[in-house]
Design a protein. Structure first.
Length: 367
């Protein structure tokens, strides 16, 4: 665990839940040898609409001892319901026995009296967490040579995830182990369609492209046996990697982990929204050919570009799902008003979705 002086950036404070109750739980379960525990500061750093991320500064009164922890808490409502923080808790525990750099799980609490909703605490890892909107300000990103080094590290880290024992991790984290890739994709697509059908009030239809895209993805789903599947992070992007200089020191946010195709995470990295500032750079790091070469070199796999393109479209379909679900949840009691910003995203993401399907049909490739 890191000291308080390792703070890597500002955030948004919030005090709707009791610091005292949380401090008491931490003292009892994580720091029983301390004479007392206080939460000196709690800063929310997550800008997204999934699980909340808080940086907690913990101090022992009248003592120089202090710790910094990260709390991941279930949101009350949101676009990817139902939320269950225990899945991520199991993933962090399972990953501890691997050589992949991830924060260590410190505690898991399901008691709503402590912080209103279930949460986990993990160790704080000092470093930089750039995303596609901020990475262009980094001096190393602005240097093409250093940016290429970051791209190689990005690909190498993905290869390390895929090199893990997926079967063992799935058993430890209680993840589904699919019978085939096509069966997995069909279940996931059908699930998203069913969820929206249940949640839309009075038969309100989702954006017309959504059901059409779901049918297209079902028809064109690639196949593969379970032995070819790997651990999929599910949200593999710059913003879920902690960097020091040009090295990844931790992979975070494992709530979307599953067993699936080796190209799914790479397809997500090719997602057009993730390269808005410069569409020519995959994950805002490198051109497609360079990123593919880096991944092939790191993983020993050969990338089928048509199959990769399918997973770009699949990522856009999932993005459309989260936008539609977000717009549904924003009008519900306790809905997050920030989700209203998704209105402007709906046309953008569906335009990308239709454009990418058309490009796939014409054989035009990912870009």
């Amino acid at each position: 665990m890191a000291r308080r002086d390792d703070h890597s950036g500002p955030g948004v404070t919030d005090s709707f839940w009791s610091y005292a109750a949380l401090a008491g739980w931490i003292g009892q379960n994580l720091l029983p040898d301390w004479s007392g525990v206080e939460v000196e500061a709690a800063v929310r750093t997550s800008a997204g609409f999934s699980y909340e991320t808080w940086i907690l500064d913990i101090v022992e009164p009248n003592s120089p001892r202090s710790e910094r922890m990260v709390m991941r808490r279930e949101p009350e409502v949101g676009p990817i319901e139902p939320y269950d923080i225990s899945t991520e808790a199991r993933m962090f525990t399972a990953l501890e026995s691997t050589d992949l750099p991830t924060p260590r799980l410190l505690g898991h609490c399901e008691d709503h009296e402590v912080a209103e909703r279930p949460f986990i605490l993990v160790e704080f890892v000092a470093g930089d967490v750039p995303d596609y909107r901020t990475v262009t300000a980094r001096p190393d990103w602005q240097d093409p040579t250093r940016r290429s080094e970051m791209a190689a590290e990005f690909a190498q880290t993905l290869a390390r995830i895929q090199g893990l024992d997926a079967g063992r991790l799935a058993r430890a984290a209680q993840l589904e182990q699919p019978s085939s890739e096509r069966a997995r994709l069909h279940r996931a697509i059908d699930h998203h369609v069913d969820v929206i059908a249940r949640r839309t009030p009075h038969g309100w239809p989702p954006h017309p492209i959504f059901n059409d895209a779901a049918a297209w993805l079902r028809r064109n789903a690639p196949d593969g046996p379970p032995e070819d599947m790997v651990m999929v992070h599910g949200d593999y992007k710059l913003g879920n990697l902690i960097w020091r200089d040009r090295q990844v020191v931790a992979v975070i946010d494992w709530e979307g982990a599953e067993i699936g195709d080796p190209l799914q995470d790479l397809g997500y990295a090719c997602h057009p929204i993730m390269r808005e500032a410069d569409p020519s750079l995959i994950a805002m790091l490198a051109p497609l050919d360079e990123m593919v070469a880096a991944f092939e070199n790191a993983s020993g796999r050969t990338v089928n570009l048509e199959r990769l393109h399918y997973y770009v479209i699949y990522a856009l379909f999932f993005h459309t799902f989260t936008v539609v679900m977000g717009l549904i949840s924003v009008v519900e009691p306790s809905g997050d008003v920030r989700i209203a910003s998704m209105y402007s995203k709906l046309n953008q993401v569906t335009r990308h979705l239709t454009d990418q399907i058309a490009a796939y049909e014409r054989g035009m490739g990912v870009l």
